[in-house]
Design a protein around this ligand. Structure first.
Ligand SMILES: Cc1cc2nc3c(=O)[nH]c(=O)nc-3n(C[C@H](O)[C@H](O)[C@H](O)COP(=O)(O)OP(=O)(O)OC[C@H]3O[C@@H](n4cnc5c(N)ncnc54)[C@H](O)[C@@H]3O)c2cc1C
Length: 581
């Protein structure tokens, strides 16, 4: 789509919003989204400015930045969107208090680089929350202190973190300054806490896999294409050895095809070296894969609104306990891997370390806590290697954009918080490479479902009345889909059977799953169970109960042949079984 057409569509959408607001009408805008098959049909007809390989945070960020410059792009993801690191993060939108601490330790190397890293991430933290208010929030985190020296140390540390944020902030969401809290207030949130006082500082939090979805949906509405389960198997080059496209394989349709593009962006995270080596077999590897594990525990072990940071565990690492979607997420560990693997499991050692660190902090019996575990998961952080780094703690968390002689643009490292910046900087390189100088259309593009300008409480009340929903369910739909919640609920109410609940403790219904299949490209039960909904991260027992039901809904909607169903069910149910405690 050319820029004129794109601007026309954007202005129609904006006008529609304004009309609805001024009419005082319910804000239901119907978003016309393409199916996976429609995106793939487009891929065969188009020649793209940019082919983005990898559908995680980085690829989705590049896609949005392309839309913002009027470039035409396609995202190709070999598994499901966000199935790599981007659904398995700690879910923090942060500058990194740990790196801030390192800035002030004289024994640390590259302290200036670390300060820049924190400053950059703190600026992006504000941008992130203001781009997508419905999936994000700021929240207080407690650093417990047992003596006055620690209280002073952590208070001034947090104050400097806040001052760096104020100094570098260029707009966006605002965060509160740190404060000191006493025992009484702490006990209201953490009944097991032993400390007499502590420091509260603020960071952001989000729903990572849903954020990738929202980024892609926004890009799609701005004319970009995307398809999951399409693996890039090779690079097409011309006689001058310049990249002209990719050889792709559609794992669902079992078809090999070529896609033409002026340039290829390698946003494959932990797998970035594979594409770099495909381009030039003589390059040295740059990615260090570090696995990080988390446990999900019931809310009784923490607070529903405060995080808790254990600043020094028995091996010197920090450990977070964070409230997330009604549970407590505990993490993370760091374990260097020889290779990046798709689904690393939480090792026994990591599981023990997480439980032990928690129980040491709160003096709770480990056997009691162990039986309460609800879910555990592990992701691979793709760090960019510098030859002088001695340990993974020392490998820089910064990102790097490399352009090869044949024009492969590899964007490596970084973190979720700075996805927008990584996307914009990558597209700067794209424009240099393809000789395009279109300017950004918006400084900070809002995601499609953003509803900040409305009164959230009223919106929830309206939705409760309109669809006869309990408050928590209305809040779930609005904080998951933003504006699109109305489209989802319309489908839920279209037929009586669509209202059938998936699990009594969760708000998901058959209609919502149909929406995720039709408009969010869910193609396997785990896409629904782990990334469209977050059931697998919240309660692994629940997914054993609902797996077959989800499978049946998908088989009917996607018209899976019977033979295929049997093989698929066997293979994929075994995958889920591996997750059992
Ligand atoms: C345990 C852990 C905790 C973290 N916590 C935080 C946090 O709290 N806050 C924060 O800001 N950051 C955090 N991060 C970092 C953040 O999650 C990552 O930096 C980010 O998700 C990386 O995104 P990505 O898109 O580069 O990689 P990925 O999400 O891994 O995506 C790469 C994608 O490329 C696909 N792919 C690979 N090869 C091909 C191919 N040939 N064809 C097509 N597709 C291909 C893969 O399937 C994959 O989906 C954490 C990371 C980990 C591991």
């Amino acid at each position: 789509m050319n820029r004129v057409a794109f601007v026309a569509i954007a202005s129609i959408l904006t006008q529609r919003k304004v009309q609805l607001q001024s009419a005082g009408d319910s804000r239901h805008i119907h978003y016309k989204l393409k199916s996976r098959e429609e995106h793939l049909a487009d891929a065969l007809l188009n020649e793209y400015d940019v082919i983005i390989v990898g559908g995680g945070a980085t690829g989705a960020g590049v896609s949005l930045a392309c839309a913002n410059r009027g470039l035409k792009s396609i995202v190709l993801e070999s598994q499901d969107y966000a199935s790599g690191a981007s659904s398995k993060s700690t879910k923090l939108v942060h500058g990194g208090v740990r790196y801030m601490q390192q800035v002030f330790q004289l024994s640390e190397k590259n302290r200036l680089e670390k300060l820049q890293l924190v400053a950059e991430a703190l600026r992006e933290r504000s941008n992130f929350l203001s781009m997508c208010s419905y999936l994000t929030q700021d929240f207080p985190t407690l650093i417990p202190c047992t003596n006055l020296f620690d209280l002073g140390y952590y208070y001034f540390g947090s104050l400097i973190y806040h001052c760096v944020y104020l100094y570098y902030q260029t707009g966006g969401h605002t965060f509160k300054p740190p404060r000191i809290v006493g025992k009484e207030e702490i006990q209201q949130h953490f009944k097991f806490a032993k400390c007499n006082y502590g420091v509260i500082y603020y960071d952001g939090q989000f729903n990572d896999a849903r954020m990738v979805q929202e980024l892609l949906v926004t890009s799609s509405l701005k004319g970009q294409n995307m398809a999951n389960y399409v693996e890039v198997k090779g690079l097409l080059k011309n006689e001058q050895n310049k990249i002209t496209g990719v050889q792709a394989f559609d794992k669902i349709g079992q078809k090999q095809f070529q896609i033409k593009g002026k340039c290829v962006v390698n946003a494959t995270g932990g797998w970035a070296d594979n594409l770099r080596l495909m381009d030039d077999p003589t390059v040295s590897k740059r990615i260090v894969s570090v696995a990080g594990s988390h446990l999900t525990m019931p809310q009784k072990y923490g607070s529903h609104s405060w995080g808790y940071l254990i600043p020094k565990t028995n091996d010197g690492r920090v450990l977070y306990l964070l409230p997330w979607l009604g549970n407590i997420v505990m993490g993370t560990t760091e374990r260097k891997l020889d290779n990046t693997i798709s689904d690393p499991t939480v090792s026994k050692e990591e599981y023990r370390w997480l439980l032990q660190s928690f129980c040491d902090e709160f003096a709770i019996d480990e056997s009691e806590v162990a039986k309460d575990g609800k879910s555990k998961w592990c992701g691979v952080r793709p760090l960019v290697y510098q030859s002088n780094a001695l340990s993974t703690k020392e490998v820089s968390r910064t990102h790097e954009i490399e352009v090869s002689k044949s024009g492969l643009i590899s964007v490596m490292g970084g973190k979720w918080t700075i996805f927008r910046l990584m996307g914009e900087q990558t597209v700067d390189k794209v424009q240099e490479l393809i000789g395009n100088n279109k300017k950004r259309l918006e400084n900070l593009p809002k995601l499609v479902g953003d509803w900040t300008q409305f009164d959230n409480k009223k919106e929830i009340q309206d939705m409760m009345k309109m669809f006869n929903l309990p408050q928590s369910y209305a809040a779930y739909f609005l904080t998951t889909y933003g504006d699109r919640a109305y489209d989802v609920l319309k489908l839920v109410h279209e037929k009586p059977e669509n209202k059938e609940s998936l699990h009594p403790q969760f708000p998901h219904t058959i209609g919502e799953i149909l929406y995720q299949i039709r408009y969010e490209q869910a193609r396997k039960p785990e896409d629904i169970l782990f990334r469209r909904t977050r059931l697998g991260f919240l309660d692994q027992n629940a997914i054993f109960n609902v797996y077959e039901k989800v499978f049946q809904i998908m088989a009917k909607e996607l018209k899976w042949p019977e033979k295929f169903q049997k093989e698929f069910l066997k293979e994929n149910f075994e995958y889920i079984r591996k997750l059992e405690f």
